[in-house]
Design a protein around this ligand. Structure first.
Ligand code: FEO
Length: 173
């Protein structure tokens, strides 16, 4: 049993996860165009993770008997001044997602909705990792500055990132 208010806010957040997927898919395309194939891979893996996040909300809501509403997706930016600019904007976006997850939990606590609180716990942990990944990359990119060799080394590291579907994930896109 889930309240209408709770399912509406979860549905809204589900759409934000889809926006996140689009945001990172566009970044993957931008970095590919710049010749940064490793960064393009990194953002593509991020896109796939966001699709998993989206599908987790989708499955939770449908399991609760909710008919989901897909909202019109906002256009995502596709102009950035540098890889550092992109990753800094990624961190700002992830901080927004973290605060949204926290607000969802606060609502679930107010409503004594234990199932939704448990469901959201996975995202609390996930957001720590998401923000930490971005901070690590920002620190490295600041260290190398405009040094092309340094950027290519970081690009090589970003190319090592592999998508791993979480256990029991509803969809491996
Ligand atoms: Fe789905 Fe990057 O938060």
């Amino acid at each position: 049993m889930i309240s209408k208010q709770m399912s509406d806010t979860l549905n809204k957040h589900m759409n934000l996860e889809l926006y996140s997927a689009h945001l990172y898919l566009a970044m993957s395309s931008c970095t590919n165009e710049l010749g940064l194939k490793g960064a393009s891979n990194w953002f593509f893996v991020q896109y796939r993770e966001e699709m998993i996040h989206f599908m987790k909300f989708y499955s939770y809501l449908t399991d609760q008997g909710v008919v989901i509403s897909l909202l019109a997706s906002e256009a995502v930016p596709n102009q950035y001044s540098s890889l550092l600019d992109m990753v800094q904007k990624t961190l700002v976006h992830e901080q927004l997602i973290t605060s949204c997850i926290n607000e969802l939990i606060e609502q679930a606590v107010r409503e004594k909705d234990h199932a939704t609180q448990i469901f959201l716990q996975w995202f609390v942990t996930e957001q720590i990792e998401e923000e930490n990944n971005d901070r690590d990359l920002i620190a490295k990119l600041k260290l190398v500055g405009n040094n092309g060799h340094g950027i290519l080394m970081i690009d090589g590291e970003m190319g090592q990132r592999v998508f791993v579907a979480p256990i029991g994930s509803p969809l491996a896109v």
